[in-house]
Design a binder for this molecule. Sequence first.
Ligand code: C5P
Length: 220
Amino acid sequence: MIQIAIDGPAGAGKSTIARKVAAQLGFLYVDTGALYRAVALHVLRAGAAAADTAAVTALLPSAHISLRYENGLQEVYLQGENVSEEIRTPQVSRAVSAVSAIPEVREFLFGLQQQLARENNVIMDGRDIGTVVLPQAQVKIFLTASPEDRAQRRFQEMQGKGQAVSYETVLADIRKRDEQDTHRAVAPLKQAADAVRVDTTGNTLEESVTRLSRFIRKKL
Ligand code: C5P
C-alpha cells in the first residue's frame, strides 16, 4: 500500500489540498484532525474539561468513533451519529488541542489510523503522521504558511458558512493552537527529518494543489 503523509499547522490548506490530490490519485483521504475533534466533542458533550486528563481518559472507552466514506468524502461518526459538521465549531476547535495533548487519547486513535493505512492507499493529514503514525510513508510533506495567511483562509471559510467571527479572533485561535500543538510532550507538531517543506504563503489554493500534485506524482 502507498502512504502519503501531510503534516502541518492549522489552516495551511492540508485538508483541501490532500482531498483534491487523493481524488486525482484514487487514494483514500484520511483527515486525522477529525478524529481528535470527535474525541473533543465527546468530552464537551459529557461536560468534562478538555485539559482534565483523568476525566478525558475515563471517557475514552465510551467514545465510539468511526470514519465512513460517502462518494469519496470522509464522514465522521460519534455514537453512530454523523458529527462531521459539529466537530468544526469554534468550541470544538478550542478544546481539541488540550484533548489531543493527552497521551491516552493519541494511543486510543493510533490503531484506527494505522489500520486505515494498512488496508488502503492513503493520503493522511495531521500533525504527527510522518513522524509517529506512518514513519514508513513513501512521501512526506510538511505543509505550512504564515499565521496571517492561514487565519485569512480560515476566516473566509467561516464567513462563507455564515459563522460570525472576526479575523483577529481567528488569528488568535490559530496562534494558540500552533503554540499548543508544537510544545506538547507527546507527538508534537514538527517536520519529519525526511519530509519536504512546502510553504503556501501567497499561493492560491489551485496553485498549491497543482504544486503538490506534481510533486507527489513525481515521487510515486
Ligand atoms: O487538522 P485539524 O486542525 O482539524 O486538527 C485539530 C487538532 O487536532 C489540532 O490542532 C491538533 O491539536 C490535533 N491533531 C493532532 N494530531 C493529528 C491531527 C490533529 O494532535 N494527527
